[in-house]
Write a protein that binds this ligand. Structure first.
Ligand code: F0G
Length: 445
């Protein structure tokens, strides 16, 4: 396996390659990077993955990320020996991804108007730090350890910092988190403090915090664990992989995510591209990305709502000037992303190019939903006995909207990802206190 994995620039005209031990998050021409593998993992591994569900005492089989280690084998592990794996792989005692799999939720299906058997919702909030981030953090921190990093750094709307803090504390390394002051859920902020992270408050929004954290990481020897890090994307591939495995590799028609920095969109697309190329799947599900109305960069550009051009990956030739003009327009008009779903309050999605590539590969769609719709989506998930946060509610109401538009069909099979659990206790309290809300059960006096 030696020398199997390497880094490659995503821009086909550039295509610069780097060794797997490189810590660059971009090539020297400023393009994002992919982890690439020379070997094609055999579909026979499906049986191995299934058997590992009986973990036989190995935390790396228990882990919903490392159970699939051959599909993200950038550290070239070729052994089942726990001691050997422990020297390389980073895990929260096997808990990352362990509990997240797709569930049928009848009340959500009824609300959406889809066949009960056609809707699968996968709560990633049941990860140890409470969001999907743990999938990618396990792999990013594994790479940080491979390169001997002493400090990990991230900007965050809250969940990334909670996850990074938890992993850093477990590994005994430092962690600096840059957060937009006053704009993250209290439960997320308190997690970063609890895990001993150094908080850096940035006056501005997430986009400003990311810019500053990337600069500081470069200047002060930090290892960036935001989703611009290609190793984050590797771990997050296991989100759709777990869904596919639980559906016995019967490929759904749709996979639906809320859209923020577009790490999820990128990782889902990469997983599907690889599985298709490796002959593991014969059909390609369509990805739907749901933006908040108040933070709708991808939707505006993809749907041609800015300058009338529909932005596309275009086989590796996206119109990046259109993106730059869009950002200039936001700056000139003083337009800042604004939504109560602070997790996805992002104006400059760092992974927009990889996101576009995923959408092109999967014939994807992008739409927006309002804050009050997201609250309804979040609340109907609760009525099925599952927890999720407001941004995750976008998935549910996004599916509903796309069905109403006839884009998702009544008999389609849809997997929706519920990205995180509730960390802002007052959001459900306020929602249910107002009897006008669709699912409100106001308190009795
Ligand atoms: N849902 C939740 C709960 C999130 O925390 C995020 C992103 C997203 C969706 C968007 O996912 O970036 O892959 O498109 N949160 C990041 C953070 C930005 O810092 O915690 P994406």
């Amino acid at each position: 396996m030696q020398g199997d994995a390497y880094l490659k620039c995503v821009n086909p005209k550039c295509g610069l390659e780097y060794t797997i031990l490189s810590t660059n998050v971009q090539c020297e021409n400023g393009h994002v990077l992919d982890v690439k593998y020379k070997n094609k993992p055999s579909p026979n591994l499906k049986e191995t993955f299934y058997q590992r569900r009986n973990s036989k005492g190995s935390i790396f089989n228990e882990s919903g990320v490392w159970r699939f280690r051959e599909l993200l084998n950038f550290c070239q592990i070729d052994t089942e020996d726990i001691e050997e794996c422990s020297k390389v792989l980073v895990s929260l005692d096997g808990a990352e991804g362990r509990q997240s799999k797709p569930y049928q939720m009848s009340k959500a299906a009824e609300f959406i108007g889809i066949e009960k058997n056609g809707l699968w919702l996968q709560p990633e909030g049941y990860n140890p730090s409470g969001s999907f981030k743990d999938n990618g953090m396990a792999t990013a921190v594994t790479h940080a350890k491979m390169v001997g990093a002493k400090k990990i750094v991230c900007a965050s709307t809250g969940n990334t910092s909670a996850s990074a803090g938890m992993f850093a504390a477990n590994e005994g390394i430092k962690c600096d988190v840059y957060i937009p002051a006053g704009q993250i859920a209290p439960g997320k902020l308190s997690q970063a403090y609890q895990f001993g992270a150094q908080i850096v408050q940035v006056e501005g929004n997430f986009d400003d915090a990311l810019k500053q954290s990337l600069e500081d990481a470069k200047n002060y020897d930090g290892y960036t664990v935001n989703s611009v890090n290609p190793f984050r994307i590797e771990g997050q591939k296991t989100i759709p992989i777990r869904a596919l495995e639980y559906l016995n590799w019967e490929v759904p028609d749709w996979i639906v995510y809320p859209g923020g920095a577009l790490g999820n969109t990128s990782s889902c697309g990469k997983a599907l591209m690889e599985l298709y190329e490796w002959g593991w799947i014969k059909k390609i599900p369509r990805i739907a990305v749901i933006n908040s109305e108040g933070a709708s960069t991808l939707s505006d550009l993809y749907n041609g709502e800015f300058e009338g051009e529909e932005l596309r990956w275009n086989k590796g030739n996206p119109n990046t000037e259109l993106i730059s003009r869009y950002y200039d327009h936001l700056d000139k008009e003083g337009l800042r992303p604004k939504t109560k779903a602070t997790a996805i309050q992002i104006g400059r999605p760092a992974n927009i190019l990889k996101g576009l590539r995923s959408l092109e590969f999967t014939n994807g769609v992008v739409t927006t939903v309002s804050d009050s719709e997201m609250l309804d989506g979040m609340s109907v998930v609760g009525l099925n006995g599952f927890d999720c946060e407001m941004a995750s509610g976008a998935t549910v109401v996004g599916i509903k909207k796309l069905m109403n538009q006839g884009i998702i069909k009544k008999d389609d099979v849809v997997v929706g990802i519920l990205t995180g659990r509730q960390k802002d206790a007052m959001i459900p309290v306020d929602y249910h206190s107002d009897s006008k809300n669709t699912f409100a059960i106001p308190p009795k006096k």
